[in-house]
Write a protein that binds this ligand. Structure first.
Ligand SMILES: *Cc1c(COP(=O)(O)O)cnc(C)c1O
Length: 432
């Protein structure tokens, strides 16, 4: 009986059944899913939606017909667009409406936040991060240590991973000593897909007098957060991954209300209080809220698609998206365990199994990952490869179906059975 049940879950018919009962399935039609392609890379670059396309075309039309008056007379006046998008995104990350602004790039927002929040004083001068961090974040942290005349070798603490994939919260907490000024950690680790306990880490950091910020690039739009309630000091993330804002879309930052009296790290005239910005006073009077953290004129054309995309998120709701995302990732892991874990396949999963410890993607490990990744692409499946041996698969809940997941597993199976991967070189592409 148990055996029968188990094989029943492995069938194509079961995948179709999951799609039939999926109340979010219809959102797929709002996206340009390339014909014949199974897109599993929405954690690197989300797909274009019709909503985002329309929003961008509207802005182009406003520019065409209004010229400079677009700033005030466009349907969504450009002058307020970044604030408007910040308010719309706030609910996705559990922020107050004025705690989020859409501005600059992810890495620049980290720079801006560090310039304000990193204040080395006496013994408390170190920055805490982790050794599995996205390199750009680490480069930014090092440059701030150098700006303060400090030595990254000595003053950047990288929490060690025990298994090369994941971090233990207790190992992080053990490093939150009275020598640490600021901690910057990811919500979801970009390789393994582990989700850290942000609430616990924030509590522990504050108990020890440490300011804490998070990089939400791999969770915003797929994992709900409660940044305000958890008392997180600051956060930043990109909008081109799960949030589908387009390649190089303008990024976001969150500053907790309790820090609204702090001056932005890198000030500019666009952070001025909006009602008096055009008085052009030489005396800087910051806006009250995350809006103060803008430096220069917003990149309107790179903001526009997000306006359309966020409408979809408001309709779908973060809780429902999270539930479907967890269902998709557990289904994917279940199929790989059941069908592909033993010889000759030898795939394994590097992502934590517990739902509360994983984000939106699954890290599939294989010693031939580079070549299997290339073979998948040839078959019309778009994953991505991360060194040394990881194939990342992101079944994005807005446009990936259970049947897509089932098919990807069949591809992984056939690529080994036919030794198809052997036809591909061991080197990876420049943009993996
Ligand atoms: C994608 C990503 C970034 C990207 O930074 P950009 O400045 O947008 O290039 C930063 N951090 C993490 C963890 C990411 O996943």
């Amino acid at each position: 009986m148990e055996q029968e049940l188990a094989t029943q879950f492995l069938t194509e018919e079961f995948a179709r059944e999951l799609d039939r009962t999926d109340e979010l399935a219809h959102f797929r039609d709002r996206f340009y899913v390339m014909p014949g392609v199974i897109y599993m890379d929405g954690n690197s670059l989300g797909l274009l939606s019709r909503d985002a396309e329309e929003a961008l075309l509207n802005v182009l039309n406003d520019w065409k017909t209004l010229g400079i008056d677009g700033w005030t007379r466009a349907k969504s006046p450009w002058f307020y667009l970044a604030e408007e998008l910040g308010r719309a995104e706030a609910s996705l990350v559990g922020a107050q409406p004025d705690e989020v602004i859409v501005t600059a790039s992810t890495t620049l927002n980290l720079h801006n936040l560090l310039a304000a929040f990193y204040r080395p004083q006496g013994r408390r001068r170190k920055i805490l991060a982790d050794e599995l961090n996205f390199p750009s974040d680490k480069y930014a942290l090092e440059s701030h240590l150098r700006l303060h005349g400090l030595d990254p070798e000595e003053d950047l603490i990288l929490v060690r991973s025990r298994d090369g994939r994941t971090l233990e919260e207790k190992d992080i907490i053990a490093e939150l000593t009275d020598e640490v000024a600021v901690a910057v950690l990811p919500s979801v680790l970009y390789r393994s897909g582990q989700l850290l306990n942000l609430s616990l880490l924030t509590y522990a950091a504050h108990e020890r007098g440490v300011i804490i910020g998070f990089d939400l690039s791999h969770s915003a739009g797929v994992v709900p957060h409660k940044l305000h309630a958890w008392d997180v000091d600051f956060a930043f993330w990109c909008n081109y991954k799960y949030l589908n804002g387009g390649p190089g879309a303008v990024a976001s930052l969150f500053v907790h209300q309790k820090h609204f009296d702090r001056l932005p790290g890198l000030a500019g005239w666009w952070g001025y209080r909006k009602d008096r910005q055009f008085d052009l006073c030489l005396q800087f009077e910051p806006a009250v809220g995350a809006g103060a953290w803008q430096a220069g004129t917003p990149h309107i054309l790179s903001l526009a698609p997000l306006a359309g995309s966020l409408k979809i998120f408001q309709e779908a709701g973060m809780e429902r998206l999270r539930a479907k995302s967890l269902a998709l990732t557990s289904y994917l892991m279940y199929l790989i365990d059941a069908l592909l874990s033993g010889p000759p396949y030898n795939y394994s999963i590097g992502t934590p199994r517990e739902p509360e410890r994983r984000g939106g993607h699954v890290a599939v490990e294989h010693e031939e990952a580079v070549r299997i990744n290339a073979a998948l692409k040839r078959r019309g499946v778009i994953p991505d490869f991360r060194p040394p041996n990881i194939i990342r698969l992101a079944p994005v809940p807005l446009y990936v179906s259970f049947h897509d997941v089932w098919q990807v597993v069949q591809h992984l199976k056939e690529i080994i059975e036919t030794k198809e991967y052997e036809k591909f070189p061991r080197e990876r592409d420049t943009v993996a």
